[in-house]
Design a protein around this ligand. Structure first.
Ligand code: 6PG
Length: 243
């Protein structure tokens, strides 16, 4: 596991964009395709905008990149809450990604149905078991959640009861979410956490340097089976770390 600390949020996000371009270029030349899982929330938005506008990203064959989401709110795709909508507006539309390469979670459906459909879609496209994505972006909430693996929720308390995509009731937000399970995330080749801001400094310290308490800090469940885990953080978020 690597922790890379950047003086500014912009520097951290540009490093994430650079990593995306490197991994995509290698995967496309090696295997003709690149599967990437996007996270929601506010942190990755400038990264998406950078990838949409940066001239060096023009060199990528975007038609060979397939986009997925690690979680989604139980809302329709045109909702301001939709992780899909955010990525579509800031990256997928500007880069003219073919609709067949955009694999959104159908948040407008019953969450259990949406999770089941998404798990099948992923299984049909990525033939390994468990499916292994080339790259997964993750955020970390101030409560230590990642994707929609929130503290004290069923998928966090009993991950073994779920396979790869689950509907997770989140009482603390009075809502349902659809989320990758830790098993599916951990099967990826490269997992990137993007964490910024002083408000996350204490939680980041507990996740990275504290005791293993995954029910309280679900981000601790992320331990790749065979791949790489890289934490890209800015100085503000890293301000409480010992190392
Ligand atoms: C979501 C995300 C979630 C997010 C964290 C961090 O659907 O909200 O997938 O896991 O990554 O909550 O969000 P911020 O980047 O906004 O702090």
């Amino acid at each position: 596991m690597g922790i890379q600390v950047y003086p500014t949020t912009e520097g951290m996000l540009k490093a994430g964009a650079k990593l995306f371009m490197e991994l995509a270029s290698t995967a496309i030349s090696d295997r003709g395709t690149f599967s990437v899982v996007l996270s929601g929330g506010s942190t990755p938005q400038p990264l998406f905008e950078f990838l949409a506008a940066d001239k060096s990203a023009d060199l990528l064959d975007w038609s060979r990149i397939h986009f997925f989401w690690g979680d989604e709110r139980n809302v329709p795709p045109d909702s301001s809450e939709s992780n899909y909508r955010q990525a579509y507006q800031t990256l997928l539309d500007p880069r003219m990604i073919p609709p067949s390469n955009i694999h959104r979670i159908k948040g407008e459906l019953d969450p259990v149905k949406a999770a089941s459909l998404y798990q099948k879609e992923i299984s049909d496209l990525l033939l390994e078991s468990p499916p292994s994505f080339d790259m997964i972006f993750l955020g970390m909430g101030g409560d230590g959640h990642t994707a929609s693996l929130f503290p004290g929720t069923k998928v966090v308390s009993n991950p073994g009861e779920y396979q790869w995509v689950a509907a997770n009731q989140v009482p603390q937000q009075d809502t349902w979410r659809i989320t990758f399970t830790p098993q599916l995330i951990n099967a990826a080749r490269t997992i990137i956490f993007l964490v910024s801001g002083q408000t996350k400094a204490e939680t980041l310290k507990r996740v990275l340097e504290g005791p293993f308490l995954p029910e309280i800090y679900p981000s601790q469940l992320i331990k790749p089976d065979h791949g790489n885990l890289i934490w890209l953080v800015d100085q503000a978020a890293a301000s409480n770390l010992e190392t």
